[in-house]
Design a protein around this ligand. Sequence first.
Ligand code: AGP
Length: 360
Amino acid sequence: EQIRKGNFVHFMQKEIHEQPDSLTMTMRGRLIRGGEQKAKGILLGGLKDHLRTIRRSRRILFIGCGTSYNAALAAIPVVEELSGIPVTMEIASDLLDRQGPIYREDTAIFVSQSGETADTLQALEYAKSNGALCVGITNTVGSAIARGTHFTKAYTSQIAMIVMLALALGDDSLSTQQRRNAIMDDLYNLPSKVRDVLKLDKDMKELAALLMDEQSLLVFGRGYNYATPMECALKVKEVSLMHAEGIVAGEMKHGPLALVDETLPIIVIATRDASLNKQQSVIQQLKTRKGRLIVMCTEGDAEFMCPDRTCRIIEVPKVQDCLQPIINIVRLQLLAYHLTVFRGFNVDQPRNLAKSVTTQ
Ligand code: AGP
């Protein structure tokens, strides 16, 4: 077993640190290289013949569970932007509970790392029987990656995959060409940016040491980082067994603000994108209530985000807004990992959880 873990103490730690490679593998053969660190196009072999049908759909539905659901949630904004098609999200079990409406003009995209999750498979049958075009985003069933991973690297690879799908859907539009080129260039350089983030492991270990005895953790995000708090909270709960809640920052005033005091730790994701001003105002309101703040911001923004230096800062490198959730979650995965080790729980076998949920 130690041989499989290589130089790492736990599999989760290995998976976190392998993400530059898993991202490279996800993009290999799909993100087509130009010269000088640039990319020039997207090639999605399996989907090539269906792109025109998807472009004509009335709606795209992403369907999944847990981390796979969160990955699709993270990529919604760019799919909407580049395809111009309305996108909705469905938790597989909830879609089945409601027997929600699905039509022949819909494209249903199923996201599952294992390809074996019972709820997702049943939702696939349901969508097929309603005549929707069904597409799967999964690791090849039976591949070493599908069997060997269950924690972290699937999330970042799934987001990268859906961003590439958005790029492919939009590649018949001249007006978005510049934007698509910028995203492709950053995708190309993403593995090395993730590598830079992984070097900040010590910083997250220190933060975990500070938080290890807490009962609860709140995480606020919005816009491109709507899903980041959800996935952070899911990971913290599932491995470190600490209560954590991901909250869409726009909802703060509608209830969660009542929880804020000097003791409850709150992570605010406030990396640079169109929501930055709103997140600054969230930070301000939390400070007024003496919130115990940990602010995730873009490199070089610490002073600007928290001039009175009362917040703990987590800095991350800047990439295109739609790829920023990939960078941001890596920092938070490291936090979840170190929290678990400090709290003395089994990192590689979370309590009560199966590797793939094959029953309903
Ligand atoms: C397991 O670590 C995940 N947190 C879990 O939520 C998982 O994403 C979910 O069970 C769906 O699995 P799948 O991607 O294999 O379908």
